[in-house]
Write a protein that binds this ligand. Sequence first.
Ligand code: WT7
Length: 677
Amino acid sequence: MNHKEPGKVTEAQIAVHWQEEQYFHPSEDFVAQANMTDKGIYDRFGLNNFPDCFHEYAELLSWYRRWDTTFDASDAPCWKWFVGGKINASYNCIDRHLDSNRNKAAIVFVPELEHEPHEVITYQELYVRVNETAALLRDFAGLKTGDRVTIHMPMSTDLPVVMLACARLGVIHSVVFGGFSGKACGERIADSGSSVLITTDGYYRNGKMLDHKVKADEAVKVVSEAGQIVEKVLVWRRYPDTYQSEAPMKPGRDFFMDEHLPEFRGVRVEPVELDADAPLFLMYTSGTTGRPKGCQHSIGGYLTYVAGTSKYVQDIHPEDVYWCMADIGWITGHSYIVYGPLALAATSVIYEGVPTFPDAGRPWRIAERLGVNIFHTAPTTVRMLRKFGPEEPKKYNFEFKHMTTVGEPIEPEVWRWYYDVIGKGKAAIVDTWWQTETGGFLCSTMPAIHSMKPGSAGPAMPGIHPVIYDEDGNTVAEGSGIAGNICIQNPWPGGFQTIWGDRNRYIKTYYEKYCKDSQSKDWRDWPYFPGDAATQSSDGYYRILGRVDDVINVAGHRLGTKELESACMTISDLAEAAVVPVTDDLKGKVPDVYVSLQPGVRESKDLEKAVVLAIETEIGKIARPKNVWIVPDMPKTRSGKIMRRVLASISNATDVGDITTLANPEVVEHIRDMVQS
Ligand code: WT7
């Protein structure tokens, strides 16, 4: 053991709590058809070939003009890629496919109501809609290259259409997740300086029509309180001609898209030949402080990176039917529903609703009917679907060649269920670690090259060179299994360019901690710090332990909340587990454990004891929880993430803050009564 200070448990000891798992190998069938089987790619993308190695990805795209400078560090750490290059993302995702794929489905939209027909948008149809919408944005809404526009829309075909219309003009889109409140949307409109808001009247969620336009009015109000003006609100309608919202349309400000689009019938808008390093979009994300950060992504670098990773990690071929269940309002949806798959001329499935509507067989019926062969979702969804047992998916005849997990660490137990039950023991799984800021994957196995190891994201992507530092900036030995802060040594094309309007915060948040020389123009002095802790095992695979702010320090012992949760999940009666830190007079912090049960399982004292025992067995007595709370459901965001912050507030009897954006705010009250009574 590597004690740095007597009495302190080192990261190494923590890391070993989550046992090393056996390997699973991709099937011969998968390997035989895979886009990337050449291990040499890792040499070609070695640090000695930085930055030119990324030409291999950039060449997947069509450029109006090739770049002069691959990488420019003159404004470090605001990196520029493919300087001098001219490109258009809309052209790359649509126009260039028309010759050979005009009549192929680009998007298949699946409405939540099962009796409503699917909507199939061919590349030709996408071309027409994007052109007419671009014409409207330009000639009716007055938008021009460099303007920002905020888009607050649910899952629909109109959303990618309007994004690609913006991209055609060089208008910078800022898509705000539809589940966010009007207030949250308004704050983002104000921060980005958008004068146009694009929204929808309503959409289905759990079988109910939600009023969405009402949020636009709230957003506009927030913007005016900030001293800015939203000049136009463009409203798509779920059903053209009928209005689903109670909110009145304000004359002169609010306009129905379906009423104005016919004025642009047949209009074609030439894609603007844009600088490769101009911004494509902003995506707001949360930081440790309250104010959201507008991550600014470039056109050429971003598209290069998502095209490359979609092709090789997602293994997308033009003939594949690809379904990513994320929401387009998050980065996963931008990169791996819209830009990546469409750049490769794939068919991308868009589903309007929740996976369990009207029942937990829905995803498998969709997959069966559309012939989906690549499936992409988050651990939280896998856990939720797992609650319904293995019999549900078995009723349906679907077959995935490839599956993705993203967004949080996946417990080995859950991984194996995904592999056995959903992948039927055949599909290759990639556990992709990345963030809003990084544009695309940072760590993942290359599905036909590496074996899979449950609980580990895998090695770094080609061209991504991580290093793990301790708190003092010392390098943690490679492959040692010792935990530390994972950083990326080098820039890559998918990385965001800055925080919109706040360069200082960009530097402070992501670079200050490990910057070697703040005046330097050499990228080697600027490791990127994503805010996650990780270990690297001797096989080179990285295991992401979670945000460094998700760590619980129990009497000086650092415990990853995820590790505790994983320990709980070894009990098959549990559906989900969430661990939060509770302040403790003696130990500083101790974990509080919240668990929900599989259907049909009854709560009991014995189960509580089993949870404590599992933690003691898997991790040790130092990790003993203060309480085990058996709850009917976890408080969750609309995108399905467990709100540990809310649970922590309940455990610590502090204010839970704004919970109106949760999917199930009522459960908070219930849990509070239980814990605080
Ligand atoms: C944070 C980023 C990645 C797009 C969706 C979320 C965590 C992400 C994994 C993974 C373990 C993961 C990290 C990261 N995370 N993927 N495969 N294994 N943790 O994007 O909202 O920007 O969140 O999600 O903590 O920093 P995001």
